[in-house]
Design a protein around this ligand. Structure first.
Ligand SMILES: Nc1ncnc2c1ncn2[C@@H]1O[C@H](COP(=O)(O)OP(=O)(O)OP(=O)(O)O)[C@@H](O)[C@H]1O
Length: 437
């Protein structure tokens, strides 16, 4: 490469980064030691010589997947020492037996990075134009719609990708020109991974035939992003109107929407919950089997670690619960009691309206999650089945085996926060449940 071209690459990368930073001054760089993030770090350190207010920190995530990971961490440490940029090294634990190790690593990596990201700081990762093109192709392979084909945005909240418009070739030129040293991850050559297969075997042919192919794919991704943003803008008012403050989706208006609008609203709802987007087929099954289930049914759809339920014409997204119905927890009222499955901490409380009597000497206290039969409630005539009582208090079916029930010996005294039985009548003690989450 001649001198003029070299200067252009150098200038182009630094100028592009500067433009994408758009005045942001506090950066946490995800530094893997690979060529892309090495170039990003080097260019930022160079820019810092002109922009004295630029504050840089770097983070390396040690996944422990490669036997070389320790030496990679050491390499990152040495580089950062030379550049005088503070480096955080964070180890994450992965479960090799739990499948999809790549996805697990990615999720654990971002979680660890976000734990360190300060409020006023921006995360910079080093994905480039060719990564963008591969991401688009991977979305095509999965049959994604415009949201998936949007690939990666240049910026998303506190996350910036300042190299996204720069090609791999330019990055490598910059690295060679500055004689940078970086790590080659041996797994990058393994074309069993879909992304490597595209990078090694497919995209070179396309880019050779059409030299601007990757740029054109990135443009298509950007157009998809614009469509998505527009769609969200147009649907936002409707979406707000039909979501409750607690995050449930009201079903009644959805019955009158076209299939397209309904699916778009359902997708917005899942996105707002930040869980993996269901496929088109799952979305249609959720609609058919949950929303359109018979009125008296108690439908449930399981999606990853979540369940989608319907109650009183609202759609709920809940974690998958453990079965705790048969658990019996002895208690002495003097200490707080941590309930199973993240239900919270149970304590006595003398300020609540729902009060009971204290146990007598021979009565043992226990906390349970199952009741059967008829109960008489204080200040009400006659007794009612437990099912009727839950219905009267609008308790959804899945909560009916999760509300702590306080028993004195074999007698139900109170369902915490819901009712007190005639056997528990009194004003000596109350209970409250504080959520630990
Ligand atoms: N071990 C690591 N430690 C710190 N940063 C990393 C690490 N691995 C990757 N990164 C950062 O993430 C960027 C993207 O890497 P890679 O393409 O392997 O990840 P990815 O999870 O597929 O990213 P995405 O899905 O967001 O594109 C790298 O350029 C680097 O900035």
């Amino acid at each position: 490469m001649n001198h003029q071209n070299q200067a252009k690459t150098k200038n182009n990368i630094e100028q592009t980064i500067l433009q994408h930073l758009n005045g942001r001054q506090s950066l946490l760089v995800a530094f893997s030691g690979g060529v892309d993030s090495t170039v990003l770090m080097h260019a930022l350190v160079t820019l810092k010589q002109q922009l004295h207010n630029l504050q840089l920190r770097a983070i390396y995530i040690h996944h422990g997947l490669s036997e070389n990971a320790d030496s990679w961490a050491e390499h990152c440490q040495q580089q950062c020492h030379i550049w005088q940029v503070p480096l955080i090294i964070e180890k994450v634990k992965l479960d090799r037996s739990a499948g999809n190790i790549e996805e697990q690593a990615r999720e654990a990596r971002y979680q660890a990075i976000y734990r360190h990201l300060k409020n006023n700081e921006f995360l910079c990762t080093a994905q480039h134009l060719d990564d963008q093109c591969e991401t688009f192709f991977l979305a095509l392979k999965r049959g994604s719609g415009p949201a998936g084909l949007s690939a990666m945005p240049l910026e998303n909240g506190q996350h910036l990708r300042p190299l996204l418009t720069i090609s791999r070739q330019e990055i490598e030129q910059y690295a060679n020109q500055h004689q940078l040293s970086w790590i080659e991850d041996e797994s990058n050559q393994d074309d069993h991974y879909d992304r490597n297969f595209l990078r090694l075997n497919v995209l070179p042919t396309l880019n050779q035939r059409w030299p601007h192919f990757s740029q054109m794919v990135a443009r298509s991704a950007e157009l998809c992003q614009q469509q998505e943003i527009l769609l969200n803008e147009l649907l936002l008012a409707d979406f707000k109107l039909i979501t409750t403050p607690e995050g449930q989706l009201c079903l009644t208006p959805l019955y009158n929407y076209s299939d397209y609008k309904r699916n778009a609203i359902l997708r917005m709802w899942f996105r707002s919950k930040q869980i993996n987007m269901p496929s088109q087929k799952q979305l249609s099954l959720i609609w058919q089997t949950v929303a359109l289930a018979k009125e008296d049914a108690n439908p449930q759809f399981i999606l990853h670690n979540w369940q989608i339920r319907r109650y009183q014409n609202q759609l709920y997204l809940l974690p998958l619960y453990q079965d705790i119905e048969r658990q019996i927890l002895p208690w002495d009222l003097n200490t707080s009691l941590t309930l199973p499955d993240n239900l919270g901490i149970l304590q006595t409380n003398y300020q609540t309206d729902l009060t009971c009597r204290l146990p007598q000497k021979e009565e043992n206290i226990s906390v349970r999650f199952h009741a059967q039969g008829q109960f008489q409630i204080v200040q009400r005539k006659g007794s009612r089945s437990i099912k009727k009582l839950w219905q009267e208090h609008h308790i959804p079916p899945w909560m009916r085996t999760r509300i702590p029930l306080i028993y004195y010996n074999e007698q139900l005294i109170t369902a915490v926060g819901v009712f007190v039985t005639e056997q528990g009548k009194g004003s000596q003690v109350g209970f409250n449940l504080s959520n630990t989450l």
